[in-house]
Ligand binder design. Structure first.
Ligand code: PLP
Length: 425
């Protein structure tokens, strides 16, 4: 039995069935450099999903590696959360400033799930309510609270949750009742729906709305720009907090704004982050107005959240993003790729929709089988992507923000060749 089949058999024996692996023959990635990875069989791939939006600068980035090595050389991988940590304070200062949230404070976690769980806790405590608004087809994590605000059947393992959630329209324009509506009219319908939900379905004491500015596993589904600003006017009337889940959309990825919520022209009360900030090292966190963050009545900590190694990686990654203005690169490369895919969509009926912002773009196909086939076609040609969408019918791409002109052209070429093969042309 070839070695990676053996590994797959061992994986299936000891790991959960719901831990989905990509590709008919799952890949074991053994090394990476720049925006390319190599598998155990020696195949090289252009990674158009940057791990899982984790390697936002690519692989083996000297600035990040050297920062981590410098920290390792001190002998301090972890001490105690009872001591001051310089890297943690420095990173919190940068993120607080970048968030635009007034009087912001930052709490570090190890994952996006924990970050959202913390934000929900802060909201529930400060508003003394377990009622949360969330978006249909959203995904916010796999913990008991986060699953409660997840509105995507494919990722929702239980409806038992400490959170009492109400799900809003805003990312479901594919439904027939919204066909043909302009952005403006759809936004009006959504705002009316929000008012109706508040008046008729809740007990009137809702704590927060949590939302992804562009839905990740939901298939890079995009609410119309400005929707969250329109929602916020209503939320403010009721003292309801806005939590922006930036786990996928943060750090300039959308090209047009440093955090995804900026595309809506609104500042949230809290913002959560994870994935790309550590360029592969585990870092997540919450930024909240100080008054919300400080309100919790008991002592709290995260033993590994904000640890020295993650902080070294995250400071180096964030500095790199800012010094090289990778937001501008995301805007430029994204425009080329999305433009190229739209042109292809005009002549290839296999493409049902192309959408995205910056280096976060997706191709919608008729069904999950066609999406799986596109994944296989791109893999054959040396490009990795990610599957998603409400019906598993979307192929998502989120390359590293360091993507070069040549890599963008190469990736676009592979995508078009693969779509042409599927289209039978
Ligand atoms: N929020 C969003 C928008 C995500 O996409 C994810 C993960 O994919 C999470 C939260 C959960 O993050 P993690 O897997 O780090 O717990």
């Amino acid at each position: 039995m070839p070695d990676n089949e053996n590994l797959l058999r061992r994986h299936r024996a000891v790991m959960p069935d719901w831990l989905a692996l990509n590709y008919e023959r799952p890949i074991e990635i053994v090394s990476g450099k720049g925006n390319r990875v190599t598998d155990a069989d020696g195949n090289s791939y252009l990674d158009f999903f940057s791990g899982i939006l984790t390697n936002m600068l690519g692989y083996d980035v000297p600035e990040v590696r050297e920062a981590v090595e410098r920290q390792l050389a001190t002998g301090i991988v972890h001490t105690s959360t009872a001591y001051l940590l310089r890297g943690q304070v420095e990173l919190a200062e940068k993120i607080a400033r970048l968030s635009g949230i007034p009087d912001a404070k930052v709490f570090f976690t190890n994952s996006g799930t924990e970050a959202n769980e913390t934000a929900l806790l802060l909201a529930a405590y400060s508003r003394r309510s377990d009622q949360i608004l969330a978006m249909r087809q959203a995904y916010h994590g796999r913990s008991f609270g986060a699953i409660g605000v997840t509105g995507h059947r494919g990722w929702k393992n239980t409806s038992f949750s400490p959170v009492n959630a109400h799900f809003l329209h805003g990312t479901d324009r594919h439904l027939p009742q919204f066909a043909g509506l302009s952005d403006e009219d759809y936004t009006k319908v959504c705002v009316e729906d929000l008012r109706h939900v508040l008046a008729t379905a809740t007990a009137g004491d809702v704590a927060a709305l949590i939302a992804e500015p562009i839905q990740g596993v939901g298939g890079f589904t995009m609410p119309p720009d400005g929707l969250f600003a329109a929602y916020k006017e209503v939320l403010d009337e009721h003292g309801i907090l806005l939590i922006s889940d930036e786990v996928q959309t943060g750090w300039g990825r959308t090209g047009s704004s440093f955090f995804g919520i900026g595309n809506h022209g609104v500042t949230p009360d809290m913002l959560t982050f994870a994935k790309g900030l550590g360029n592969g090292f585990a870092v997540g966190g919450v930024v909240a107005r100080g008054e919300l963050m400080d309100a919790l009545p008991a002592v709290g900590l995260s033993t590994f959240g904000g640890n020295p190694i993650s902080m070294a990686a995250a400071n180096a990654t964030l500095d790199y993003v800012l010094e090289h203005d990778l937001q501008a690169n995301a805007a430029r490369q994204g425009a080329v790729i999305i433009g190229g895919l739209r042109e292809a969509a005009a002549r290839l009926p296999v493409i049902k929709d192309v959408r995205g912002k910056g280096l976060m773009f997706a191709i919608e196909l008729a069904d999950a089988a066609t999406a799986a086939a596109l994944m296989e076609e791109t893999r054959k040609r040396g490009l990795l992507g990610g599957k998603g969408g409400l019906y598993g019918n979307v192929v998502r791409m989120a390359p590293a923000l360091t993507l070069t002109d040549a890599e963008a052209a190469e990736g676009l070429g592979i995508l078009i060749d693969s779509l042409e093969a599927l289209n039978g042309s």
